[in-house]
Design a protein around this ligand. Sequence first.
Ligand code: PLP
Ligand code: COI
Length: 339
Amino acid sequence: MKDIKWGELPFGYSKTNYNVRCYYRDGKWGSIETTSSEHVSIHMAATALHYGQEAFEGLKAFRGKDGQIRLFRWEENAKRLQKSAEGIMMAEVPTELFMKMIMRVIKLNKEFVPPYGTGASLYLRPVLFGSGAQVGVKPADEYLFMVFVTPVGPYFKEGFKPVDIQLVRDYDRAAPLGTGSIKVGGNYAASLRPGTRAHDEGFASVLFLDAKEKKYIDEAGPANFFGIKDGKYITPDSNTVLPSITNMSLRQIAEDIGLTVERRSVPVEELGTFEEAGACGTAAIISPIGKIVDRELDKTYTFSTDGEPGPWSTKLYERLLAIQLGEVEDTHGWNTIVE
Ligand code: PLP
Ligand code: COI
């Protein structure tokens, strides 16, 4: 623990002291359990294993300038997990239980909240899955909700530097009326092959198009896409992208700093008109995009030629981080102080 090099942390798992768990059995949630075990014992016929009855969340806690720990917009993650649960017929985690468990797990692992100024944060990973046995394709009658934490650095190793993205046309991450808008594991399984290929071909991530018509920008790997031009922050309105809490926050910040926000379908050709582009999410924060290469059409859209992020992306990033770190007033009430 003492040896953690906070400034060099990757976005990855490292062991902390404790995680918290709660079972849903016989139609109700039980008591919260605390454990230092990194393992879970579940039935071999658990629906999570066979039928993908699983959803997760990702949120961050930050050590502020004043030494306090701030958790960013946790209520939104609680709500989204409830939507995910509803979408694949799992027991919903009540907001109060969610809150109690995330607060407890942060307090139990306080020493792993990275110090202010290191660029690192504590990533919380709530996960909910069907732990009960079924062999027929049916929802489980037992669920496990658990939350672990891990200190993390930037998702893309470049940090706040432009990354290159590969636009793919031969894979979809989610079907038009499928599970794209909820945070279920299957969406990520579907993204592994194109994502790994993009990596092997020298890109940080993939950009998916809408699965139905292949005309519009959809999801930027594990993040939402935005583009900026003519004083406008433009982001896809699509029912196959995950409603990103970071993107929701950036839309507000964009307005605060004088941009107009447009949430609408974004045709692929419009990429050629953006002055700046980026991927946003809890893990990615803002990853400015240097260029997007359309793998199949062999076409390149360039947003940064000098290896630096654009001015609007920089402003958005700095303001978001300043709020999360308690450097500026939290005018929208997004932070919860962990006492
Ligand atoms: N899109 C996908 C597919 C994601 O996995 C994530 C990460 O949670 C996001 C977008 C960004 O969402 P948020 O800002 O809520 O983390
Ligand atoms: C997040 O941004 O929290 C994510 O879930 C992205 C990814 C690591 C799955």
